[in-house]
Design a binder for this molecule. Structure first.
Ligand code: GDP
Ligand code: MG
Length: 908
């Protein structure tokens, strides 16, 4: 509460010290305000007297001053004040044990006083009425709001009830207390009205006591101290103030004060606890409210509460579900799937769990499972294959009206050294052969020549070695016509037959060029006859296959050959649409030091132009330059035009299809997909794909197989591929070549590092090591072997691999001996005295000890003695002493078998 001196007289003061002193001009009081967290503050307040009070000033003075020291019969006005002082700090302390009421003689009021009192009374009543109404309204509003909030919260229902009952109880207690107070006061009530020394404060209360009850309820309801109100009046009475004023219930003092200007401050302590209690429900979180027992539930947010009630009800909130079209690739992670469906990952996992599949959010599931989940969650599914990125890349049909005739693409095939390159050179009138290593064409060249009949012919030269089969197959793929070169002096050879099968498989017409007719032993007729065996019937034998006898060396009949090609092309009626994005095939690719990756491409449809974005295999690039077979830069490359493309990001592989795409993004998408695919395939090959029993068997079979690791670098992709294929063929169950890395370009430091790491031999085919690589190889002791002929390379690797083969062990029987006697010799151990029955026995050789036709020991002979001398061997019919390595248990009658073990090297 607060403390103020309320006396109507200026002479009487009650300073905070509570000692009385005179002559205080202005009424002052100290109000102790209490704040949250236990802070308090003493505030000095001055009280401005109202005129109404000025009148009774004089008479009150003596009354007030008189009783103080004695605490005697006349109610000292100071007494309540004094009492108020301590109360201000701690309101609940107020209750003081009741003391017997002392009989007090009341002074009658003067008329003035009575008037003033009446006025004051009226005033206060009006004010109180207003206050009460306001507070009632407030309380009502508050409780309404609370009720509303509570209605929302099902769980709060009970609490509310409890609150209500408590309220009721408090109310009851309050009422009881008041009643009691009133009962006690009733005797003095009547006189009190007229006889307050104090004037207003005390008196004003009495009448209002009843009317104010509801207000008090509001205030005191939360206060736990039910006895407090009941106690309050008692001390008042006990103080010896017989006056009803003093008997006024606890509310009296504050009410009286409220009237004064200090009112708000004074009211604070009284109201505060009450409001505090109610404030809790509004959820302002302070330490006290947080710790308060009934505050805890209220700290929850409304959302939290809603969630809780939903959980209790077991109703899953039905969000507005959007059915989405979910794009599903072949595999998808659960996370990504959830994202695409706008669902929570846990929901997806839950669904999977329900189906008995335990998954993490990062796990990859297949499209079928994903589709199941998506449809379960009410989404539609659009399945896409990753390969869809390639859709529309190739084979879009040409527009009929745009088709124009194009030059034929001719591949020259035949057995090695039958003169393919020579023939092509003769046609091109350029001498490529002399520059070729070993006289073997190492990579496919493509050239365009003028036909004597007008128009052009595109030639693709394929190498003739068996290792190049794969490449040749590619050549046949792009080709329109195959020229089969058969040397007239050699006839049909294995690769000739191969070429025929390739051409047939590709459905390509053949033209037979019987070469080397200038040679004396040339037998073109024999060639024709031999070809019949392979279902190639030449024209001169009544067939439909064109044949031309040529000599590359003499350049005879080359025109005829070209004419034949042109004729054949006419029959084929080759057409292409030049006005469309280009499509083609990589014939070869290499890494050029100065120019970067270079791909020789045969354009098959459309026109390739500088600046186009091209995709080939897992490489893409913007065409920087187009260079034709004569080394001339060109801007366009139309159908059947062979050209070198500069600008690829890396060397594509021979046989890759080339396509022009509209944007870099598309190019990236496609190449990334292909790269991924390649990786996956590699992983699948080397990975733990142990699907079938057969696979496992084959793995078991090759489990102990020795590997010969190799790093191969070549000048062109085709050669590297051919080498890899040839080496693969060398492999057996026991030993195999393992190509750790194969690539195009010079040997670099990283190749050496790779070779060192995988203990691989480094091979350069038509390439050399960079300086750094050379130094590194010297430092690390890794040999780099250079080759320019594929046979040599393969032979060397074969020899090296043979070294890995486990040698065969061969036993050679030497002789037998029989144990006659077994001696035990100190320090030596047991020695068998034997007779060599047949053959010889040699020291250090392998022996078997046979007892009753059972081999009991196998080991080596450590000692062989004849009489006292160590001998190398003992021949048949002689006696000797023998001791074994690590074996002592010889017996009389055992047979010793002596044999030699030989290691025999094997080769592939
Ligand atoms: P390829 O391996 O099929 O490409 O054969 P080449 O073009 O490298 O020729 C192999 C060998 O045959 C070379 O030494 C040529 O000089 C020789 N040769 C090619 N054509 C003829 C020819 O018409 N007459 C003669 N006498 N020799 C030829
Ligand atoms: Mg050749």
């Amino acid at each position: 509460m607060n403390d103020s001196n309320n006396s109507g007289d200026k002479t009487l003061t009650v300073p905070p010290t509570k000692t009385l002193s005179l002559k205080r001009p202005v009424e002052q009081g100290v109000v102790r305000q209490s704040f949250s967290h236990g802070r308090t503050k003493a505030v000095v307040v001055e009280k401005v007297k109202r005129r109404a009070h000025e009148a009774p000033k004089a008479p009150v003075a003596p009354a007030a001053s008189a009783p103080k020291p004695a605490a005697a019969a006349p109610t000292p006005p100071a007494a309540p004040i004094q009492q108020g002082a301590p109360a201000q700090a701690r309101p609940p302390v107020k209750p003081i044990p009741p003391r017997p009421q002392t009989g007090v003689v009341l002074r009658t009021l003067t008329d003035d006083e009575r008037d003033a009192r009446a006025r004051a009374l009226n005033d206060s009543r009006v004010r109180e009425e207003e206050d009460r109404k306001r507070q009632e309204a407030e309380a009502r509003a508050r409780s309404e709001r609370e009720n509303r909030e509570r209605a929302e919260r099902e769980a709060a229902e009970s609490r509310k009830k409890e609150e209500e009952t408590r309220l009721q109880r408090d109310l009851e207690a309050k009422r009881r207390a008041e009643d009691e107070a009133r009962r006690r006061l009733t005797p003095g009530a009547a006189p009190a009205a007229p006889a307050s020394t104090e004037g207003d404060h005390g008196l004003s209360l009495t009448p209002s006591g009843n009317s104010r009850r509801p207000q008090q309820i509001v205030f005191s309801a939360p206060r736990p101290a039910a006895p407090a109100p009941s106690a309050t009046p008692t001390p008042a009475a006990a103080e010896g103030r017989t006056t009803p004023a003093s008997t006024a219930p606890g509310g009296a003092a504050p009410l009286g004060l409220r009237r004064t200007p200090i009112q708000p401050k004074l009211a604070v302590p009284a109201v505060k606890p009450a409001r505090g209690a109610e404030a809790k429900s509004r959820g302002r979180l302070t330490v006290t409210t947080a710790l308060a027992s009934d505050g805890e539930e209220r700290t929850r947010s409304v959302a939290a509460f809603r969630r809780r009630t939903q959980r209790l009800k077991g109703v899953v909130e039905q969000k507005e579900r959007l059915s989405r079209e979910v794009v599903l690739p072949e595999t998808i992670t659960i996370q990504e799937l959830a994202n695409r469906m706008s669902e929570r990952g846990v929901d997806v996992i839950k669904l999977l769990m329900r189906q008995g599949q335990m998954h993490k959010i990062t796990d990859v599931i297949d499209a079928d499972t994903a589709e199941l989940i998506a449809s379960e969650l009410g989404h539609t599914v659009k399945r896409v294959a990753e390969s869809d990125v390639e859709e529309g890349l190739f084979d879009t049909p040409d527009a009929e009206e745009n088709l124009v005739s194009r030059p034929p693409v001719v591949t020259i095939m035949g057995h090695v050294d039958h003169g393919k390159t020579s023939l092509l050179d003769a046609i091109r009138q350029a001498n490529v052969v002399s520059g070729e290593a070993g006289g073997i064409t190492q990579h496919i060249g493509a050239y365009q020549v003028q036909s004597p009949l007008g128009g052009k012919i595109t030639f693709i030269d394929t190498p003739g070695h068996a290792a190049f089969t794969a490449m040749r197959a590619r050549g046949a793929k792009v080709t329109d016509i195959v020229v089969l070169v058969v040397a007239a002096d050699d006839g049909v050879m294995p690769q000739t037959i191969e070429a025929i099968s390739h051409a047939k498989a590709a459905g390509v017409p053949l033209i037979v060029a019987i070469n080397k007719i200038d040679k004396p032993d040339a037998k073109p007729e024999r060639v024709r006859a031999e070809l019949l065996q392979y279902e190639v019937q030449v024209e001169s034998l009544g067939g439909d296959t064109l044949e031309v006898e040529v000599s590359a060396k003499q350049k005879t009949n080359l025109d005829k050959l070209l004419e034949a090609i042109s004729l054949q092309a006419e029959v084929l009626n080759l057409m292409a649409d030049p006005d469309r994005p280009a499509e083609g095939t990589v014939i070869e690719a290499r890494l050029d030091r100065g120019r970067g990756p270079v791909a020789t491409v045969l354009v098959q449809r459309g026109t390739l132009a500088v600046g186009n974005i091209v995709v080939a295999g897992s490489q893409w690039g913007r065409v920087r330059a187009l260079i034709d077979d004569k080394g001339v830069n060109c801007v366009h490359a139309g159908p059947s035009f062979p050209t070198e493309i500069l600008g690829f990001s890396g060397a594509p592989e021979a046989g890759d299809r080339v396509a022009v795409v509209e944007s870099e993004a598309r190019a990236r998408e496609i190449t990334e997909y292909r790269e991924r695919q390649k990786r996956d395939q590699a992983a699948a090959r080397g990975g733990s794909a142990r699907s079938s029993l057969a696979d496992m068997m084959s793995q078991l079979k090759t489990a102990g197989r020795k590997e010969f690791p190799l790093v191969i670098k070549g000048d062109v992709q085709g050669s590297v591929e051919a080498i890899c294929a040839a080496l693969e063929k060398l492999g057996t169950d026991e030993v195999a070549a393992r190509v750790v890395h194969a690539g195009v370009g010079g040997i670099t430091e990283s190749d050496i590092a790779l070779g060192e790491a995988s203990k691989a031999a480094v091979i350069g085919f038509n390439v050399r090591a960079h300086k750094e690589a050379r130094e590194a190889s010297e430092k690390l002791g890794i040999e780099i072997r250079y080759y320019n002929i594929i046979y040599n390379l393969v032979d060397d690797v074969k020899a090296a691999m043979s070294g890995l083969l486990a040698p065969t062990l061969r036993e050679t029987m030497l002789g037998n001996a029989e144990i006659r006697e077994v001696f035990t010799i100190t320090k030596v151990g047991k020695v068998a005295g034997c007779l060599v029955t047949d053959g010889v026995v040699e020291r250090g050789q392998h022996v078997r000890l046979i007892r009753d036709n059972v081999v009991v020991h196998e080991g080596k002979l450590s000692t062989l003695k004849r009489f006292k001398d160590e001998v190398k061997e003992v021949a048949s019919g002689q006696e000797c002493g023998m001791a074994f390595e690590n074996y002592q248990d010889m017996r009389q009658g055992d047979v010793i078998e002596c044999y030699r073990v030989e290691e025999i090297k094997r080769s592939l």
